[in-house]
Design a protein around this ligand. Structure first.
Ligand code: ZN
Length: 441
């Protein structure tokens, strides 16, 4: 089997950094030290520590003081203990593999050979999500609350049962509430000696992660993988034919998971086609409102399908755990307590469904933006490949009809709709406004 980093597509530089860190971490474990290289002393970077490396707020600095830690004062270079630190942020556009990278790194930290071999029990259980010392936080609702974060931080402080590291992976760390972010910051500021925090966010913009948390972390910026790298993976690993792999990789705009779904799931392809049919359908005000309804309802249906199975399973499990149907003594008071827990579960499920709807709608808007981008590129005769090769004929016709400004206004209308939804405008209202703007041009 390939090693744990093999699943990262088109990310050579970050992978090299993570390999060095894993090797350095293995050295620390062998020597029985902590991340600072001194027995018993927790790693507490000062103001000049990781993150304060002048690489700019987007973490994409390539001035030699980047995420490999070479710009950190007082730290060893290369594969020394300075290559390892206790808090990391993985950034990159959706689908670039932030959580894949964090998971691979977590596996490498637990790997018995220290390399992320992919074969040993440490690698294996981490990748499966069953390693006792690795916890994954995947926010299901719109945000991660403070209670959940405190409990996680507490558990992450315990001594690793496997003798290596306690790893806390927080996917979508941009969805932390402010209070949860503060609870996390406290832990990162005073980390237990063998605890490693791996955070994933779209960027290091203050909207995504607090400046103070960021200043304590080393940043691993992942890039949007090039389409040919994505196509290569689909063909090699998923057995997708070359043609379909190339089409799906381009249509998914560098999103590996989305490319895989498009290549393999006919329903995902049908939903995408319906979205790309929108520009042709906007023939009047009535059609705009119809298109808005159709888009919202499609997102709701997609989201409902994606969470339905999990909802049912969770409810059954909770009911079983609560002893539903019991008639013995104490059953009445148990039912009173159970009502609260069921309400709690329903609240969490509702929050998760809302998140899934937003995500589905956002994917549709990204597809739509790709179409107007293609029109603009054609209008300027830019030498770039289209995002949606299969709607090229429609894009060519539109480019003949619209001015460049009109195409740009439409593209901006789609992006404004995304921003409005992100800022909590009701999705239906934002989408209706967008459809009208697209029709007017
Ligand atoms: Zn291993």
């Amino acid at each position: 089997m390939a090693d744990v980093f093999a699943s990262l597509v088109g990310q050579e530089e970050p992978v090299a950094t993570l390999r060095r860190a894993a090797a350095s971490a293995a050295g620390i474990v062998r020597a029985g030290r902590t991340t600072t290289g001194q027995p018993g002393a927790p790693d507490r970077p000062g103001p000049g520590g990781p993150g304060a490396d002048g690489s700019g707020p987007d973490g994409s600095g390539s001035d030699g003081s980047g995420p490999d830690g070479s710009g950190e004062p007082g730290r060893a270079e290369g594969g020394g203990s300075g290559a390892m630190t206790h808090a990391w942020i993985f950034t990159g556009p959706p689908g670039s593999g932030r959580s894949v990278a964090a998971r691979a790194f977590a596996a490498a930290l637990q790997c018995t050979t220290g390399t992320g071999c992919g074969d040993c029990p440490g690698c294996h259980t981490t990748l499966l999500g069953t390693h006792a010392d690795v916890r994954f936080v995947v926010p299901e609702g719109l945000s991660i609350g403070v209670g959940e974060m405190r409990a996680l931080v507490l558990r992450a402080a315990s001594t690793p049962t496997g003798g290596r590291w306690q790893v806390l992976v927080i996917e979508d760390a941009d969805r932390l509430t402010e209070a949860a972010g503060n609870a996390l910051l406290k832990a990162i500021e005073e980390p237990p000696p063998r605890t490693v925090f791996l955070l994933c966010t779209p960027s290091t913009h203050p909207d995504d992660i607090s400046v103070t948390v960021r200043s304590r972390c080393r940043v691993i910026p992942l890039r949007q993988p090039p389409a040919d790298a994505v196509a290569g993976v689909l063909a090699a690993r998923d057995g997708v034919s070359r043609d379909i792999a190339a089409w799906a990789a381009a249509a998914a705009q560098g999103h590996v998971g989305r490319a895989r779904r498009l290549a393999r799931d006919p329903q995902a392809r049908a939903r995408r086609e319906a979205v790309l049919a929108i520009p042709r359908r906007l023939t009047g005000i009535g059609a705009c409102f119809d298109a808005a309804s159709a888009l919202i309802e499609a997102a709701e249906a997609e989201a409902a399908a994606s969470v339905a199975e999990q909802d049912t399973r969770e409810k059954t499990e909770l009911e079983t755990a609560l002893g539903a149907g019991g008639t013995g003594r104490g059953a009445a008071s148990a039912i009173r307590g159970a009502t609260g827990q069921l309400k709690d579960l329903e609240r969490r499920q509702k929050s998760r469904a809302t998140r899934a709807q937003r995500d589905a709608l956002d994917r549709a808007l990204v597809d739509l933006a790709g179409f107007y981008r293609d029109v603009l590129a054609l209008r300027f005769e830019a030498p770039v490949a289209p995002v949606h090769a299969d709607t090229n004929a429609v894009a060519v016709a539109a480019a003949q009809k619209w001015s460049a400004e009109a195409a740009l206004r439409r593209l901006e209308a789609v992006l404004a709709c995304r921003d409005a939804i992100e800022a909590n405008v009701k999705p239906r209202i934002a989408v209706e406004a967008m459809m009208l703007a697209l029709w007017r041009g």
